[in-house]
Design a protein. Structure first.
Length: 344
């Protein structure tokens, strides 16, 4: 399977990475991460080149990763610097890849392509989670299914009325006005529900049960699979500057061709000191993503039987416009990258 290699992929939350070894599989490749003595995160290949043992099961010794099988040690550049066997000669090919790393907006991002092209400025701007006074909850899911199925799920909120009727879903997501456009390689999908009711969860959060509001949802997709979703609601007829805002992001990273990591955040400034509300938001969104979205995407995956998405000739509805555009943009970017690589 072809992936977009010159891109940042979320691998973990910043607070998950400490001085112990942390292993993940990204794009089908094992990666091991740790914080060095200066507290900076290192990411290197997680498969020992000797007998292919998992380095995540090894030990961290003096800023090197010691293989759990034969004790070879690899430094932060991925080079083997110690061989405990025989004359202790280090074979020239004894090294693993080293990956650029950046910490932004609560997440650890790894660049899987050409290290010379790794620019942290290309990480999507989710700085709302860094603003003073905003309270954030977050979670991780690892689910069955190709990562573009997860992208489709966020770019078309028309599923919410049917999958999430008691949580984040509302009929307005089905019949509401949609707007889709593209700027560069970024796809925007906006939804408008003037003079309508919020979903059960949003009504609870904003204390709007039984009250009509003007609502707007803005979704911004950045390749390969990162999405900003901002929900705004305000009194009917009032200016957007008075809106209550719920900020979320949804970042998907392929673990393999068939499984995906899902990193999500929900952040707010409204009722920031209400601990019970914070707990309710965390539990509510965890249940929504884990017990509603995840099983449906897994069922899609199973019924597709490994077939290519387009080969199945899916029918398209109005709400699919943004998802289709994102798929085409990503395919074009991957194709251009492959042509560039083959031409060097």
């Amino acid at each position: 399977m072809a992936y977009l290699m010159n891109a940042w992929y979320a691998v973990a939350w910043s607070d998950e990475i400490g001085s112990a070894l942390f292993g993940r599989t990204l794009l089908g490749r094992p990666v091991v991460l740790f914080r060095n003595a200066e507290k900076r995160i290192t990411a290197i290949g997680g498969r020992c080149p000797h007998r292919f043992a998992p380095l995540e099961r090894g030990q961290l010794i003096d800023n090197t990763v010691a293989c759990p099988y034969h004790g070879l040690r690899f430094d932060t550049s991925g080079q083997c610097v110690f061989n405990p066997h025989g004359r202790q000669t280090v074979p020239p090919a004894a090294r693993v890849p080293a990956y650029p790393v950046a910490e932004r907006h609560l997440l650890v991002w790894v660049w899987m392509g050409d290290p010379e092209r790794a620019d942290p400025a290309q990480i999507p701007d989710y700085s709302f989670v860094d603003r003073p006074g905003w309270v954030t909850v977050k979670g991780t899911i690892c689910g069955k299914g190709h990562y573009e199925l997860y992208t489709d799920n966020i770019l078309d909120l028309g599923h919410a009325e049917f999958i999430h009727p008691n949580t984040v879903g509302a009929p307005s997501f089905t019949y509401g006005k949609r707007e889709m456009f593209q700027r560069g390689n970024v796809v925007h999908s906006n939804f408008f529900a003037p003079n309508d009711f919020l979903s059960p969860v949003l009504s609870m959060i904003f204390q709007r049960t039984g009250t009509r509001v003007d609502a707007k949802v803005e979704v911004q997709w950045t390749a390969p699979a990162s999405m900003l979703l901002m929900h705004q609601s305000n009194d009917v007829g009032q200016p957007p500057s008075d809106a209550q805002v719920l900020g979320t992001y949804h970042v998907f990273t392929p673990q393999t061709e068939q499984t995906t990591y899902y990193f999500w955040v929900v952040s707010r400034k409204y009722r920031a000191d209400d601990a019970q509300l914070t707990k309710g938001i965390l539990e509510g969104f965890q249940a929504t993503f884990e017990h509603e979205d995840k099983p449906m995407i897994a069922a899609q995956h199973d019924l597709m039987g490994g077939a290519d998405f387009w080969s199945l000739k899916p029918i398209l509805l109005e709400g699919d416009a943004a998802g289709v555009r994102a798929r085409r943009v990503l395919s074009k970017m991957i194709g251009e990258e492959q042509v560039g690589t083959s031409g060097t």
